[in-house]
Design a protein around this ligand. Structure first.
Ligand SMILES: [Zn+2]
Length: 146
């Protein structure tokens, strides 16, 4: 029932659109009518815009700015800045050098020794194993303030 009502509504809408198109076609028969002049003005604007786009695309193609496979091609990856003067090796995006291992000094909370941050995991593993295996070494040195 609702499907039949929807079909009738679609038919009515189609008939209205056809009658509007026929009315507009009749208006466009007279080249001096407002409808004809409006359509001509919009056609001129559309032609002008299309010509601008075509000229711009042609210019981009001739200057090499236009991507060969259209806009869906991937953007070029951002490149890091040039290294700062006097800097060697790999740099970050700001041109600064960072060593392979972190050189910040970290104090072990278990034995109190200082170790480089990049090597702290290794130290902690040994430090905790030492504390577990031999009760003396690390704890004794921490008590001694080393
Ligand atoms: Zn330690």
């Amino acid at each position: 029932m609702s499907k039949k009502a929807a079909t009738v509504t679609e038919d009515e809408l189609l008939q209205r659109r056809i009658s509007h198109a026929q009315w507009l076609a009749g208006m466009l028969q007279d080249p001096t009518s407002t409808a004809s002049l409006t359509v001509a003005a919009y056609a001129d604007l559309l032609d002008e815009l299309l010509q601008d786009v075509a000229v711009e695309a042609h210019r981009e193609h001739r200057t090499g700015l236009l991507a060969p496979h259209g806009p869906q091609q991937q953007q070029p990856r951002p490149q890091p800045l040039a290294p700062l003067p006097g800097v060697k090796g790999a740099t970050d995006v700001f041109g600064q050098v960072h060593p392979g291992t972190a050189t910040d000094i970290v104090t072990c909370m278990h034995c109190g020794r200082k170790a480089q941050a990049g090597k702290f995991a290794y130290h902690l593993e040994k430090c905790l194993a030492r504390g577990r295996g031999a009760a003396g070494g690390a704890r004794t040195s921490r008590r001694a303030g080393v």
